[in-house]
Write a protein that binds this ligand. Structure first.
Ligand code: URP
Ligand code: ZN
Ligand code: ZN
Length: 478
């Protein structure tokens, strides 16, 4: 097996940082050493097959994006990144593992939905990948199938309190699925928005002629997120199910999570870069020469972007510092403007929901280090170590330590990343929500299980490099 030594860098973990050399044998980290260590008196660097000089740079565990939707069918179209294009973009941005959502629809067997997702991803991925299971139809068959997922390495499933008629589950269905979650240790993931209420508000807005993307945000009021989050927490309290609330954007929803956590409940939450940086006023309400007031369609996602005047973004950063929120995922769900977002011209309800960010999460969160919102260690914890622990991969993923997969990113704090207005990204999208963002840092080199897949502006990986990760039960529960 080829051996590699990463020398001269500062290894950063969730608990500290320090100068260290990282020795890799094949796919695995075998030692983290004092700089300049020798091997039986020989210079270690002279004894390995390749040496990577990380002087002046951070050496961090590869990013784990635990919320992506490659090829998700949504609103009469499908998310525009395939597993091939989406995982390649992830690699460019220093993400070496994604956890995508396999889909089971109402009336469909869970096994069939999962098999379809395996078929989409197998042999296509540039980086390692796992699956959560969406349960879009909670019934006796899907409930019976849930425990069988554990042997498949799928230890979390998502339900929706939103999207009536599509993926929606009512309280009785959620309660039953949470009972299975409590019995088995499967982690319940929840899209917590009151869908029926939102649908009425949206219909009333459209009837009154308010059809622009901006009104997507107006219909999806924060009260609907707070209420659903509280309800999910109480259902988890009744059943004892561990609960992970996805894409949290309202400060009031965070307050609900904090309240439950303070009582000792196994309740967790993630937010996404869009809820830290983008806003209802500036982005959903955006206008451009090309798209007019339909420009905001680029930023239509659910939960929606929130008002900056109401302070949601500042509250998300605070919650990341205080651990009221534990992780940052992207909810990568890309749609092009042309032929996809455009479906909702004249009625915002028909705009496919989602923003693409899988390439930019590490950089965007590093910018939070630069601006003093989070520490360097918290950056690693939010983007790699906690996702690994939350979703049963820790030890192999999320850490630079002997025995771990050699998923390593060499990050240059003195580098710079411009997310251009011209198409500079690698996601399969005709725009990016992050156009114009300037990052004071740069992903220089990315190793996936010991193989250099990105280096110095070149992509060196191949589709099929990425393997399916069979995950264990959550390692984060209290
Ligand atoms: O807007 C979003 N989030 N689209 C993807 C589906 C979901 O609810 O996560
Ligand atoms: Zn969702
Ligand atoms: Zn999602």
């Amino acid at each position: 097996m080829p051996t590699t030594l990463i020398t001269g860098g500062t290894v950063v973990s969730s608990t500290g940082r320090g100068p260290a050399d990282v020795l890799i044998d094949g796919e695995t980290i075998v030692a983290v050493l004092t700089p300049g260590s020798t091997l039986l008196g020989h210079d270690l660097a002279a004894s390995v097959d390749s040496v990577i000089d990380a002087t002046g740079k951070y050496v961090i565990p590869g990013g784990i994006d635990a919320h992506t939707h490659m090829q998700l069918p949504f609103g009469g179209t499908s998310a525009s990144d395939t597993f091939e294009t989406g995982t390649r973009a992830a690699a460019w941005g220093g993400t070496t593992t994604i956890v995508d959502f396999a889909v089971q629809r109402q009336g469909e067997r869970v096994e069939d939905g999962l098999a379809a997702w395996h078929a989409l991803a197998a042999g296509e991925c540039a980086v390692d990948y796992g699956f959560h299971q969406i349960i879009g139809g909670v019934d006796e068959h899907s409930l019976a199938a849930l425990p069988t997922l554990i042997d498949e390495g799928i230890t979390s499933f998502k339900m929706f309190m939103a999207y009536p008629g599509v993926f929606y589950a009512d309280d009785a269905q959620i309660l039953k699925a949470m009972q299975v979650s409590a019995d088995t240790g499967l982690l319940t993931m929840m899209h917590a928005e009151n869908g029926p209420v939102i649908d009425v508000l949206a219909e009333q807005l459209v009837k009154a002629g308010n059809t622009d993307p901006f009104f997507h945000g107006k219909a999806r009021v924060w009260q609907a997120e707070e209420e659903a989050t509280h309800r999910a927490i109480m259902l988890s309290n009744i059943t004892g199910a561990p609960l992970y609330v996805v894409h949290v954007s309202a400060k009031q929803a965070v307050e609900q999570l904090a309240w439950a956590r303070d009582k000792g409940q196994n309740v967790f939450g993630e937010t996404c870069p869009q809820y830290l940086y983008l806003s209802l006023e500036e982005h959903l309400g955006a206008k451009s020469e090309e798209w007019g007031s339909f420009e905001g369609a680029k930023y239509v996602c659910s939960t929606p972007l929130r008002s900056r005047a109401e302070g949601h973004q500042d509250h998300m950063w605070q919650a990341l510092r205080t651990n009221d929120l534990q992780m940052v995922s992207t909810d990568h769900c890309p749609f092009c403007m042309k032929d996809q977002k455009e479906l909702g011209r004249g009625d915002f309800r028909a705009i496919p929901n989602g923003i693409g960010s899988v390439e930019h999460r590490l950089d965007l969160m590093y910018q939070g280090v630069v601006t003093g919102e989070i520490t360097l260690e918290r950056w690693v914890e939010l983007t790699s170590t906690t996702p690994a622990r939350m979703f049963g991969m820790y030890g192999k993923k999320g850490v630079i330590a002997p025995g771990a997969d050699a998923d390593v990113v060499i990050y240059d704090p003195n580098g710079h990343t411009s997310i251009g207005y011209e198409k500079t990204h690698h996601m399969n999208m005709d725009h990016s929500a992050w156009e114009g963002f300037e990052i004071d840092g740069h992903v220089d080199t990315v190793l996936s299980r010991g193989k250099v897949i990105v280096d110095d502006g070149a992509y060196l990986g191949r589709k099929g490099d990425g393997r399916f990760v069979k995950r264990g039960l959550s390692q984060y529960l209290i």
